[in-house]
Design a protein around this ligand. Structure first.
Ligand SMILES: [Zn+2]
Ligand SMILES: [Zn+2]
Length: 198
């Protein structure tokens, strides 16, 4: 499902058979009601065939697989190889997080501060001008913020843009309920630069 070497998710494509996409190719993420353990997300993504498709991603694949955590093997960040899970590996991501490094972060506009986050809190993504408009539902206050970030900021864990764009506007849920309204809202907004140091 997720390959930590290529940092791509594999889905099926009705035209090409297989679609291999990065996180920044995702457009909409919705947590499916009901399935709690593990939670499952419905994802709309852009495929290299030119169409959008919909696929399902487990919570583990969304938040933990990019950190090299999956059943049986893990990505050794020192050697870039997949190796069998050892007990101490569970500590690695935790150590970096404990040292103040977060795999992903965003700027919560309603709270006016940077927050750590996981991809399961991403709601909508829209590309433009080489950057990416990212709507995030804050895991702390529950409100939506829109940031302008690089592709690497979402694709690569522990790669956080030092400075990002923030829409100075509190979004209501219905404004951001589809990718079309998000796009229109996003590119008619002005962005203000914020630093992401947590
Ligand atoms: Zn396709
Ligand atoms: Zn918040």
């Amino acid at each position: 499902m997720y390959d930590p070497i290529s940092t791509r998710y594999t889905f099926s494509c009705p035209t090409r058979g297989e679609a291999r996409v990065r996180l920044h190719d995702f457009r909409e993420l919705d947590r499916l009601p009901g399935a709690a353990h593990p939670a499952v997300f419905r994802v709309r993504y852009v495929c290299s065939c030119g169409d959008d498709h919909v696929g399902l991603v487990s919570h583990d694949d969304l938040d933990w697989a990019p950190l090299g955590l999956r059943s049986g093997v893990f990505l050794n960040l020192m050697t870039d190889r997949l190796e069998p899970v050892r007990d101490e590996f569970g500590d690695l991501a935790a150590r970096r997080i404990g040292a103040g490094e977060w795999p992903w972060s965003f700027f919560c506009y309603p709270e006016e501060q940077p927050r750590p986050v996981f991809p399961s809190s991403f709601s909508l993504l829209a590309p433009g001008d080489g950057s990416l408009g990212l709507a995030v539902r804050c895991p702390v206050c529950g409100r939506l913020s829109v940031n302008l970030v690089s592709h690497a900021h979402v694709d690569l864990p522990f790669h956080n843009d030092r400075e990002i764009g923030v829409v100075e506007h509190v979004f209501s849920d219905d404004l951001l309920d589809t990718i079309a309204t998000f796009r229109a809202e996003l590119w008619s907004s002005s962005f203000d630069a914020r630093r992401l140091e947590l």
